[in-house]
Design a binder for this molecule. Structure first.
Ligand code: GDP
Length: 137
């Protein structure tokens, strides 16, 4: 998951992580960073042909983000239920995007949409050592 620049600016990092942990998901690793244009572009490369791509990149580099590696049984489904639909207006009441999101673009959090993408996106930001995947000698 990523807490997007609007979430950091709103000072709700703790609030979001509280809900994520409260839903039974485990934080394996996390880091705050400022994305540059190239890295944000690579991360969202699947959306390159979409009309909102440039705008999305500008938003994602508009301030620091918090990247978080999560673990849990059915983590993707449980996390997506917690954040709600992409468009905050269409997200269910009580979800993170419904409560804090401003628009279909400025929607506070990112989440991987499949287990396969979860692995790709987690390894985009975290090393195996950071994820505790290297066994001790
Ligand atoms: P997600 O998996 O729910 O984050 O949604 P997508 O993978 O479809 O889109 C990635 C991100 O692009 C979203 O979280 C939004 O920040 C942004 N986005 C998606 N659809 C639109 C759109 O129609 N317009 C704009 N401006 N941004 C969008």
């Amino acid at each position: 998951m990523i807490i997007k620049p609007d979430g950091v600016k709103k000072r709700i990092i703790g609030e979001i992580l509280k809900r994520v942990e409260g839903a039974g998901l485990t934080v394996k690793s996390m880091r705050m960073l400022q994305l540059d244009r190239k890295t944000a572009g690579r991360f969202y490369a699947v959306h390159k042909e979409r009309p909102f791509y440039q705008s999305l990149i500008e938003f994602m580099i508009s301030g620091p983000v918090v990247v978080v590696a999560l673990e849990g049984v059915n983590a993707i489904t449980r996390y997506r239920n917690l954040i709600g639909a992409t468009d905050p207006d269409k997200a269910e009441e009580g979800t993170i995007r419904r409560q804090f999101g401003e628009s279909i673009e400025v929607n506070t959090v990112h989440g991987s949409d499949s287990a396969e993408n979860g692995i790709l996106e987690t390894s985009f930001f975290f090393s195996t050592a950071e994820l505790g995947m290297i066994p001790e000698e």
